[in-house]
Design a protein around this ligand. Sequence first.
Ligand code: SAM
Ligand code: SF4
Length: 458
Amino acid sequence: MIKFPSEASLLKKYDVPVPRYTSYPTMPYWDTEKFTGENWIESVKKTFDETNDSKGISLYIHLPFCESLCTYCACNTRITKNHKVEIAYIRSLLKEWEQYKKIFGRRPIIRELHLGGGTPTFFSPENLKWLLSYLLEDCNIHDKREFSFEGHPNNTTAEHLQTLFDLGFRRVSFGVQDLDEKVQRTINRIQPFENLQKVTMLSRAIGYESISFDLIYGLPFQTPSTVINTFEKVLTLRPDRVSFYSYAHVPWLKPGQRGYEDADLPSDVIKRLLYETGRSMLKSEGYEDVGMDHFALPSDSILRAQSQGKLRRNFMGYTTTETELLIGLGCSAISDAKYAYAQNVKKVEDYALSISTGTLAIAKGHTQTDQDLHLKMCILEVACQGKITFENLLPLQEKSIIQALETFCSEGILERAQRGLQVTESGRAFIRNICSAFDMRHYSNSKTGVNNLFSKAI
Ligand SMILES: C[S@@+](CC[C@H](N)C(=O)[O-])C[C@H]1O[C@@H](n2cnc3c(N)ncnc32)[C@H](O)[C@@H]1O
Ligand code: SF4
C-alpha cells in the first residue's frame, strides 16, 4: 500500500503565501513596463469584435463607500457617512462607460453584471436605479443574464431589493462573516442575526433565485464552538450558496487589521479545524463543494455548471458565464480583455480626476503572452474542475511544473485519472498550491517582497 505523508505535515509544508488565482499572471507579476494604454484599447476592441452574440460581455462596478470600517476587511473601500459622494461617483462611472462604448463601436450585449465594493447598498435605491438605467441604455441584455450584487445585511432595505429586482437582478450575496458577538466586536462589525434573517426573507419574498452568504474562517477569537454556533444559525436560512473564505491577514497592507493582536488569531492548526468544522456542517446539510472555498445546494445553477465543466473563475470569483471580456468600472476595478488585464487607479479622487479629463483611469496593466494564456487555462482547470487534462498537460515543457505535479501525486494530493490528473478528496485543501505549480511568473521572477502581498494558502 502506498504511504502518503500525514495531512498535518502537508498543511505545514503548504501553508505558505499563495495567490487566490482570480487572474494569471497575478497582479504583482504583471509586466507593467511593456503595457500601454493603446495596447489596452486594442485588446478591448479585439476581444469585443471576437465576442459572438451568444456569449455577451461582463461588467463589474466597484462601489467603494462604506459607513464604517470593519477592521478585518481587505477590500478597496472609502469610509464616509457623507452620502453626497454618491452622485459625483455615479457621474464618473457613466462617463467611463461612455469611453468603453466608444471603443466597442456597436451595442454591447450584457450577460453578466455585478455590483461589488465597498458596499453597493451604501447608495440609495434611487441612485442605483439612475446608475443602472443609464448604464444599460444603448445595450442589449442577454436572455441568460446574470445580474448580482453584494448587500450588507445592516443596510439593505426592501426598496434596494425591489429596485434591483425590477432592474433584472436575481442573485444577491450578503456579507455574514461570523455571528459571534465577541468576534463581531473585535472586527468592528456588529450585525445581529435578525438583520440577516430579515434581508434573506425579504429577498426570497421578492423573488431572488440565488441567495449567497460570505463567511470567513480564521478571524480573531473564532473557535470551533463559535463556528458551530454561526453555522447552526446560518443554516436555518438555507442560503443557496456559501463562500467560506480563508481570512487574509495582511496588516502591512490593511492597517485596520492592527486593531487586534496576532495572538488573537487562531493558530494554523485551529484555523484548518474551523474550515473543516464549517465544511462538514455544510456537507451534512446537503451542500456540495464548488471549486475552492465555495459551496452550493444541488438546486443552484453553479453546481450544474460545475458538473457540466462550465464553471469559470474571474475577478468576481466563480461564475457560470463564459464571457471573454470583463470590463471593470470604478476606482480599483480590474478588467480582463483576454489578451490583456488592466486595473484602474485606487483612490476615488484620482479616479474622478482621470475620468473628468475624458480618458480611462487605468493605473497599470499586463499584455498576455502565449505562455501566459496556456498557463491561465491550466490554472482555471484546476481551480474550477479540480483536474488537469492531458490535452493541457502535454504542451508543458517546464521542468518545475512537471516536478511539482509528480510531488503532488506522491503526496496523494493529485491522482492519475483516465484523461489526466485529478485532485483527490484530501487534496482539495491544497488547490491554491496546485495552481501555484503552474505559476511560471512566480518561479522565474526574483522580485523581492512579492510574497508579502499574498495571504497564506490554507
Ligand atoms: C466587498 S465585501 C462585502 C460586501 C459588504 N460590504 C458587506 O460587508 O457585507 C466582499 C467580501 O469579501 C470578503 N473579505 C473581505 N475582507 C476579507 C479578508 N481580509 N479575508 C477574507 N475575506 C475577506 C468578505 O467575506 C466580504 O463579504
Ligand atoms: S466588510 Fe463590507 S462594509 Fe465592512 S469595510 Fe469591508 S466592504 Fe465595507
